[in-house]
Design a protein around this ligand. Sequence first.
Ligand code: HAM
Length: 422
Amino acid sequence: MASDEFQPLQGMADLGPPEVERWAAAEQEARRIFALYGCEEIRTPILERADLFIRSLGGETDVVQKEMYAFEDRGGRALALRPEGTAGVMRYVASKGQDAGDARLFYIGPMFRAERPQAGRRRQFHQIGAELIGAPHPAADAEAIALHAHLLSGWGLQQCRIRINSRGLPEERAAIQSAFRERLLPHRDALCEDCRRRMEANVLRVLDCKNPACQAILADIPPLTDFMSAAARAYLDDVIRHLEALELPIERSPNLVRGLDYYLHTVWEITHPALGAQDALAGGGRYRLQFGGRAVEGVGFAVGVERVMMALEQERPANTAERLPLVWLIAHGTAALAENMRLLQTLRRHQLAARMCLDERSVKAQFRAADRARASHVVVRGETEIQKGVFLLKNLATGEQEEVDMPELMRRLSALRLHEKT
Ligand code: HAM
């Protein structure tokens, strides 16, 4: 078998037990914080009609044009793996009508984009996101950003930067683009080749260009908000005022245009220095979409879990030597093995995670297995201990070892209990 047959597809990754442990802890913390804001969990399908994403994200966006895993099923229907979570949530909200008018929903799950893989950029990646439906008021945008910041600090990330801007109103988008194009036109020949093409296809993407020559030209062009209506500018000012009152440090970023078409008014992005070129840890904004006669409006965000893990690894490296709340039973002789199998079940009934080697091997090899499993304690039993009715308990973190009877064993291990029964 060729060695790459053991590998997942390019841009996709297996998560082994040590990673899953960290991911699950991050998800648990996210659920705790979402509950503080009254958000409830939603799980929408991974596969949707392609049209849902084309209509909501925009047919001309990179995500739809270049990155969507779209295909026809056997019945000739155009389907797509979800490239993001907001469109599915909006479809769900529209299907519920008034009942979901002011829902606060969060989701955790895989998304798919056929991008060129690199550090922090995958084809299957995972998002944790939240959507506050309805509430078309700057206070709701500020609360969504506060929730977003709370989530990141809950994970222990302290080096995040929040940048904010406005996309204006959908009805003024064409006017904003043409005013911006007009200001760029005199500099057209000095722009890079990509940007000359962007001027025709999607002029606001010029703002994302990293080329120093293009950056220099952009520095002399007024910020996008200058081309927006007074109402759009006032909305952004209000959001910022609310955020200042919450003492959340944010930066105005006149060049920030997020790459999805459903946004209106506020957009924001959160970056982290650990991420290098792909430095967006998370992004969000206010959006509106029409479903039949029904408009769904909301404000929300999504965090890229892989990128959060990269940032966390830099800020708080994982302690892989840390021991788990696990008791490992070690048998000295065949009789002890059978006795230990009974003890295993007793420990588990008392909510203690317990394992042992299910074969006959040397005591030394059993200690090695306990160590590999990162067990915190071992209990050793041989003929003598069984006859005396005692257990040799060793704490593997401290090396302390002592002989205890059954009640004392349970007392010593009680701190490791996984769930206390009520
Ligand atoms: P987005 O900016 O496209 O927004 O994605 C959000 C986050 O997902 C990014 O900041 C990044 O951390 C992560 N991400 C995106 N693509 C990849 C990739 N190929 N590999 C790894 N991570 C990736 C949205 O998806 C919107 N739905 C956010 C939103 C929710 N806006 C309003 N509500």
